[in-house]
Design a protein. Structure first.
Length: 198
Protein backbone atom coordinates (compact mmCIF):
# COMPACT_ATOMS: atom_id res chain seq x y z
CA UNK A 1 0.00 0.00 0.00
CA UNK A 2 1.47 3.36 -1.04
CA UNK A 3 1.30 6.09 1.57
CA UNK A 4 -0.70 9.24 0.84
CA UNK A 5 2.41 11.38 1.40
CA UNK A 6 4.31 9.37 -1.25
CA UNK A 7 1.50 9.89 -3.75
CA UNK A 8 1.41 13.63 -3.01
CA UNK A 9 5.18 13.90 -3.46
CA UNK A 10 4.95 12.00 -6.76
CA UNK A 11 2.10 14.25 -7.95
CA UNK A 12 4.02 17.38 -6.97
CA UNK A 13 7.12 16.12 -8.79
CA UNK A 14 5.02 15.38 -11.88
CA UNK A 15 3.52 18.88 -11.71
CA UNK A 16 7.00 20.40 -11.47
CA UNK A 17 8.04 18.39 -14.50
CA UNK A 18 4.90 19.43 -16.36
CA UNK A 19 3.64 15.85 -16.54
CA UNK A 20 0.74 15.53 -14.11
CA UNK A 21 -1.44 12.68 -15.37
CA UNK A 22 -5.23 12.77 -15.11
CA UNK A 23 -5.08 9.96 -12.51
CA UNK A 24 -2.61 11.92 -10.36
CA UNK A 25 -4.70 15.07 -10.72
CA UNK A 26 -7.82 13.16 -9.74
CA UNK A 27 -6.01 11.84 -6.65
CA UNK A 28 -5.09 15.39 -5.64
CA UNK A 29 -8.72 16.54 -6.09
CA UNK A 30 -9.96 13.60 -3.99
CA UNK A 31 -7.34 14.34 -1.36
CA UNK A 32 -8.36 17.98 -0.92
CA UNK A 33 -12.06 17.00 -0.91
CA UNK A 34 -11.35 14.51 1.87
CA UNK A 35 -9.38 17.14 3.80
CA UNK A 36 -12.28 19.59 3.46
CA UNK A 37 -14.79 16.99 4.66
CA UNK A 38 -12.55 16.18 7.62
CA UNK A 39 -12.34 19.90 8.52
CA UNK A 40 -16.12 20.21 8.52
CA UNK A 41 -16.52 21.36 4.92
CA UNK A 42 -14.03 24.26 4.93
CA UNK A 43 -10.65 23.54 3.40
CA UNK A 44 -7.77 24.51 5.67
CA UNK A 45 -4.56 25.39 3.78
CA UNK A 46 -1.60 23.19 4.60
CA UNK A 47 1.17 25.40 3.21
CA UNK A 48 -0.12 28.91 2.62
CA UNK A 49 -0.92 31.60 5.16
CA UNK A 50 -4.44 33.04 5.19
CA UNK A 51 -3.24 36.02 3.13
CA UNK A 52 -1.39 33.84 0.59
CA UNK A 53 -4.38 31.54 0.26
CA UNK A 54 -6.74 34.49 -0.26
CA UNK A 55 -4.40 35.81 -2.96
CA UNK A 56 -4.23 32.39 -4.59
CA UNK A 57 -8.05 32.22 -4.66
CA UNK A 58 -8.24 35.65 -6.33
CA UNK A 59 -5.61 34.63 -8.86
CA UNK A 60 -7.38 31.33 -9.66
CA UNK A 61 -10.63 33.22 -10.20
CA UNK A 62 -8.93 35.64 -12.57
CA UNK A 63 -7.15 32.92 -14.56
CA UNK A 64 -10.26 30.77 -15.05
CA UNK A 65 -13.30 32.89 -14.22
CA UNK A 66 -16.75 31.31 -14.00
CA UNK A 67 -18.60 31.69 -17.30
CA UNK A 68 -22.10 30.90 -18.56
CA UNK A 69 -22.98 29.01 -15.40
CA UNK A 70 -19.79 26.93 -15.60
CA UNK A 71 -17.47 26.70 -12.60
CA UNK A 72 -14.25 28.70 -12.65
CA UNK A 73 -10.89 27.95 -11.09
CA UNK A 74 -12.01 28.65 -7.53
CA UNK A 75 -15.19 26.60 -7.77
CA UNK A 76 -13.24 23.73 -9.36
CA UNK A 77 -10.87 23.65 -6.38
CA UNK A 78 -7.71 25.08 -7.98
CA UNK A 79 -6.48 26.80 -4.77
CA UNK A 80 -6.91 23.57 -2.78
CA UNK A 81 -5.28 21.58 -5.62
CA UNK A 82 -2.22 23.86 -5.61
CA UNK A 83 -1.97 23.89 -1.81
CA UNK A 84 -2.18 20.08 -1.73
CA UNK A 85 0.57 19.76 -4.37
CA UNK A 86 2.71 22.34 -2.57
CA UNK A 87 2.38 20.35 0.66
CA UNK A 88 4.28 17.57 -1.09
CA UNK A 89 6.98 19.77 -2.64
CA UNK A 90 9.02 22.42 -0.90
CA UNK A 91 10.15 23.74 -4.28
CA UNK A 92 6.57 24.23 -5.49
CA UNK A 93 5.63 25.85 -2.17
CA UNK A 94 8.57 28.25 -2.58
CA UNK A 95 7.51 29.10 -6.15
CA UNK A 96 4.03 30.10 -4.98
CA UNK A 97 4.94 31.85 -1.73
CA UNK A 98 7.72 33.73 -3.55
CA UNK A 99 5.44 34.61 -6.47
CA UNK A 100 2.70 35.88 -4.22
CA UNK A 101 5.26 37.94 -2.28
CA UNK A 102 6.55 39.38 -5.58
CA UNK A 103 3.00 40.35 -6.65
CA UNK A 104 2.36 41.97 -3.26
CA UNK A 105 5.63 43.91 -3.48
CA UNK A 106 4.85 45.11 -7.01
CA UNK A 107 1.34 46.14 -6.03
CA UNK A 108 2.52 47.96 -2.89
CA UNK A 109 4.94 50.00 -5.02
CA UNK A 110 2.17 50.66 -7.56
CA UNK A 111 -0.92 51.13 -5.36
CA UNK A 112 0.28 51.10 -1.76
CA UNK A 113 -1.52 47.85 -0.94
CA UNK A 114 -1.13 44.08 -1.28
CA UNK A 115 -2.39 42.39 -4.47
CA UNK A 116 -5.48 40.95 -2.75
CA UNK A 117 -6.47 44.37 -1.36
CA UNK A 118 -5.87 46.34 -4.56
CA UNK A 119 -8.77 47.49 -6.73
CA UNK A 120 -9.75 44.91 -9.40
CA UNK A 121 -8.58 47.20 -12.20
CA UNK A 122 -5.04 47.37 -10.68
CA UNK A 123 -4.95 43.58 -10.20
CA UNK A 124 -5.95 43.08 -13.85
CA UNK A 125 -3.32 45.58 -14.98
CA UNK A 126 -0.58 43.63 -13.18
CA UNK A 127 -1.74 40.34 -14.69
CA UNK A 128 -1.76 41.97 -18.14
CA UNK A 129 1.92 42.76 -17.60
CA UNK A 130 3.04 39.34 -16.36
CA UNK A 131 0.81 37.15 -18.54
CA UNK A 132 2.93 37.71 -21.65
CA UNK A 133 6.58 36.86 -22.22
CA UNK A 134 6.78 39.75 -24.70
CA UNK A 135 6.76 42.04 -21.64
CA UNK A 136 9.97 40.48 -20.37
CA UNK A 137 12.13 42.95 -18.47
CA UNK A 138 14.39 42.46 -15.44
CA UNK A 139 11.80 43.93 -13.08
CA UNK A 140 8.94 41.79 -14.48
CA UNK A 141 10.71 38.47 -15.14
CA UNK A 142 10.06 36.98 -11.66
CA UNK A 143 6.36 37.79 -12.02
CA UNK A 144 6.21 36.37 -15.55
CA UNK A 145 7.84 33.12 -14.40
CA UNK A 146 5.46 32.86 -11.44
CA UNK A 147 2.38 33.59 -13.52
CA UNK A 148 3.39 30.85 -15.96
CA UNK A 149 3.34 28.37 -13.04
CA UNK A 150 0.10 29.75 -11.64
CA UNK A 151 -1.68 29.65 -15.00
CA UNK A 152 -0.57 26.09 -15.75
CA UNK A 153 -1.59 24.70 -12.37
CA UNK A 154 -4.92 26.55 -12.21
CA UNK A 155 -5.82 25.32 -15.70
CA UNK A 156 -4.63 21.79 -14.80
CA UNK A 157 -6.73 21.89 -11.64
CA UNK A 158 -9.79 23.17 -13.48
CA UNK A 159 -9.53 20.82 -16.46
CA UNK A 160 -9.07 17.71 -14.29
CA UNK A 161 -11.86 18.55 -11.84
CA UNK A 162 -15.43 17.25 -12.17
CA UNK A 163 -16.49 20.82 -13.09
CA UNK A 164 -13.81 20.99 -15.81
CA UNK A 165 -14.76 17.57 -17.17
CA UNK A 166 -18.36 18.74 -17.42
CA UNK A 167 -17.45 22.07 -19.07
CA UNK A 168 -15.15 20.35 -21.57
CA UNK A 169 -17.60 17.54 -22.29
CA UNK A 170 -14.96 14.95 -21.36
CA UNK A 171 -16.49 11.49 -21.18
CA UNK A 172 -13.42 9.48 -20.23
CA UNK A 173 -12.38 6.13 -21.55
CA UNK A 174 -15.56 4.44 -22.65
CA UNK A 175 -16.00 1.47 -24.88
CA UNK A 176 -17.46 2.12 -28.31
CA UNK A 177 -18.82 -0.33 -30.83
CA UNK A 178 -17.98 2.05 -33.69
CA UNK A 179 -15.56 4.95 -33.84
CA UNK A 180 -16.58 7.58 -36.35
CA UNK A 181 -13.99 10.23 -37.23
CA UNK A 182 -15.72 13.57 -37.82
CA UNK A 183 -15.71 14.53 -41.50
CA UNK A 184 -14.15 17.95 -40.70
CA UNK A 185 -11.23 16.24 -38.93
CA UNK A 186 -10.62 13.96 -41.91
CA UNK A 187 -10.68 16.88 -44.38
CA UNK A 188 -8.31 18.87 -42.17
CA UNK A 189 -5.84 15.98 -41.89
CA UNK A 190 -5.99 15.12 -45.59
CA UNK A 191 -5.42 18.72 -46.67
CA UNK A 192 -2.15 18.75 -44.75
CA UNK A 193 -1.02 15.24 -45.62
CA UNK A 194 2.06 14.84 -47.82
CA UNK A 195 0.25 11.81 -49.33
CA UNK A 196 -2.82 13.68 -50.51
CA UNK A 197 -3.88 13.37 -54.10
CA UNK A 198 -2.71 16.21 -56.29
Amino acid sequence: MIERRTLLCAAAAAALAGRLSPAEAQHVHQNHAAAAAQAGGAYQPRVFTAHEYRTLRLLAGMIVPPENGQAGGVEAGAPEFIDTLASGSERLADIFTGGIAWMDSWMRADSGTAFADAPPVRRSALLDLIAYRRNAAPALNPGIAFFDWARRLVVDAWSTSPAGYEALGYQGNRGMTVFQVPEEALRYALQRSPFRER
